[in-house]
Design a binder for this molecule. Structure first.
Ligand code: ATP
Ligand code: MG
Length: 568
């Protein structure tokens, strides 16, 4: 991109600190003015909302400055990796609205070059084979204040090192028997420089390279070089890699020159309240059946959020809101939920559903009469049109919307009071019918026939408006009400209890016999977004069929968490 264009671009938009660094590099003509980033997931789990933050950064900065972003699978540990994860990662990035074109790469693509580089470093006396166990090596590491101890194998001859490394890769030795280490400095104040491990022996077949390799590079030996082989100019990652940066640069310098050198820049991770972000813990939840799978709608995974009904736009808006800094923080899940409500309010189709139905018979309405009333699909979207909804003598209202002995400011239905049925008539409660145990089973009401839209009494005011469905037309559905997965704010910070003990037992409540209006039933396709009026935002679940409708509650209309907390 021409410098003048770059200039213009930066002035137009407020840049975050990473974008500013990138902008300055482009302005200075580094790497020939080229910009290339990468998103480097390890295919050892599904992506979560933290990864979305990295994706928005890596792809976003490339888009902003006319560069490209590669997708690179960091597949250096066959023990934990799987193609299922590769596929899910691709799907999730696309769903978020980003594309890597034909630039899909794998760290395993570079195993031959990495191996060659390791051999070269051995020949140059910069790497050696260590026969000690990982425990012994760890014990010699020293502490940041005290130097480490040199391995007794550190000064092996080049020939012996070469021979052993080849035999390691030929499968002659057991896993853990030997490692290849960089020979740097056991007294370095940076612990990562104390002869870091470059290669270890793994005998599990790799999902792409099969049994070709018996030695696999460690992250620090693979990442920077992979960036280099791909021509990545800006390797953007999270703050825990700050301490790795000197080693990143050390290894990259073995390859790069002034004409092109990748640069690592770090930003703060996304941490969210009431959930965990560790892939290891998420995997545990899945494996132990504590959730229904990686895409369980309570999971902080992208696939879980998609299944729950979150929109990609809401996730991107949330990430924009929290921004990128150099300081670790814990972000409130309320902010994410706010972004979800905001976007759903814009796009969701309004309909009526009664979650906890109470039968209402309108005694002065003719037995077999059916009228249709017209409902707006989305008042936020003038293009969205209207739909028709049947009205008849027997309807359902929400049980909560009636009280036999209401407190003063209860503006919903009570004996002798009036409410408007949204989009239809005003009704008055005349009689409460109970079963032998005293439970309310039915209300008998009368309607004011003059109060439908367009009639003389249409404008007559009553205090409450209720949602409702016609009993004979309503369709039964199952509804899954989700709440936060954990009931403590920061499960990762609790040291006393195992994280699984902090799961919220009420994170999923299943309700059967929910009554939805026919329009909702007809339009319950995968991905549809509804606002059940006065109830919340809902989407059909993957388990939903026309015979058995299942809806996930994406989110309630208002943030009720605070209230719930106070009650309990
Ligand atoms: P692990 O390495 O423990 O398996 P990870 O969450 O770091 O887990 P990776 O697949 O290595 O998973 O992550 C890919 C990219 O996503 C990395 O660049 C990483 O920095 C970034 N990333 C991971 N978690 C977060 C987070 N919570 N916030 C922002 N970026 C993240
Ligand atoms: Mg990682």
């Amino acid at each position: 991109m021409a410098q003048s264009e770059v200039q213009e671009e930066s002035e137009k938009k407020g840049l975050n600190f990473v974008e500013e660094e990138v902008f300055n590099d482009l302005k200075a003509g580094k790497n020939g003015g080229r910009l290339s980033t990468r998103f480097p997931p390890e295919p050892n789990g599904y992506l979560h909302i933290g990864h979305a933050k990295a994706i928005c950064m890596d792809f976003g900065v490339a888009e902003k400055f006319g560069g490209t972003c590669n997708l690179r699978f960091d597949d250096t540990n066959p023990v934990k990796e799987d193609v299922e994860y590769v596929d899910s990662i691709r799907e999730d990035i696309h769903w978020l609205g980003f594309d890597w074109g034909n630039r899909e790469y794998y760290a395993s693509d570079y195993f031959p070059q990495l191996f060659d580089l390791a051999v070269r470093l051995i020949k140059e006396g910069k790497a050696y084979v260590d026969d000690q166990t990982s425990e012994e090596i760890a014990a010699q590491k020293g502490t940041p204040g005290t130097p480490g101890q040199e391995s007794p194998y550190r000064n092996r001859s080049v020939e012996e090192n070469l021979d052993l490394f080849m035999r390691m890769n030929a499968g002659e030795f057991d896993e853990g028997a030997r490692v290849l280490r960089a020979k740097i400095d056991m007294a370095s104040p940076n612990m990562h420089f104390r002869d870091p491990i470059m290669y270890r022996i793994i005998k599990t077949p790799h999902h792409r390279t099969g049994t070709t390799w018996k030695v696999y590079p460690m992250y620090d030996f693979a990442h920077g070089q992979s960036d280099y082989f791909e021509g990545v100019t800006h390797s953007i990652c999270t703050l825990e890699f700050v301490v790795h940066r000197p080693l990143y640069e050390y290894f990259v310098k073995e390859l790069a020159d002034e004409s092109y050198c990748p640069r690592q820049i770090e930003f703060n991770r996304l941490n969210l309240t009431y959930t965990v972000m560790s892939k290891r813990k998420l995997l545990q939840l899945v494996k132990e059946g504590l959730v229904a799978g990686w895409d369980d709608p309570r999971m902080p995974t992208i696939s879980g959020m998609r299944r729950r009904g979150y929109t990609p736009q809401s996730i991107r808006n949330f990430i924009d809101t929290i921004g990128y800094t150099k300081y670790e923080a814990l972000n409130s899940i309320s902010l994410l939920e706010h972004a979800v409500r905001d976007d759903l309010n814009r796009v969701a189709t309004r309909g009526m559903a009664v979650v906890n139905p109470l039968k209402v018979v309108i005694t002065n309405y003719p037995e077999d009469k059916v009228e249709t009333v017209t409902m707006e699909n989305n008042p936020e979207d003038p293009e969205s049109g209207v739909h028709e909804m049947p009205f008849s003598r027997t309807i359902f209202i929400e049980r909560d919307d009636f009280m036999e002995n209401p407190p003063k400011k209860f503006f919903r239905l009570a004996p002798g009071t009036e409410v408007r049925l949204k989009g239809a008539y005003i009704i008055k409660c005349d009689e409460v019918v109970k079963d032998s145990e005293g439970n309310i089973v039915e209300l008998r009401c009368s309607y004011d026939p003059d109060t439908l839209s367009g009639m003389a009494g249409a404008a007559r005011k009553v205090k409450g408006t209720l949602h409702w469905v016609s009993a004979q037309h309503a369709v039964d559905a199952e509804v899954r009400l989700y709440d936060r997965l954990f009931d403590v704010e920061n499960p990762a910070a609790e040291t006393e209890r195992d994280f699984r003990e902090m799961l919220n037992p009420e994170s999923l409540v299943v309700v059967q016999g929910v009554k939805v209006e026919p329009f909702i039933a007809r339009n319950a396709e995968a991905g549809a977004k509804f606002q059940f009026q006065r109830v919340g935002y809902f989407t059909p679940d993957a388990d939903s069929t026309p015979e058995h409708l299942v809806f996930n509650r994406t989110i309630a209309l208002k943030d009720t968490w605070e209230k719930v907390q106070k009650k309990s």
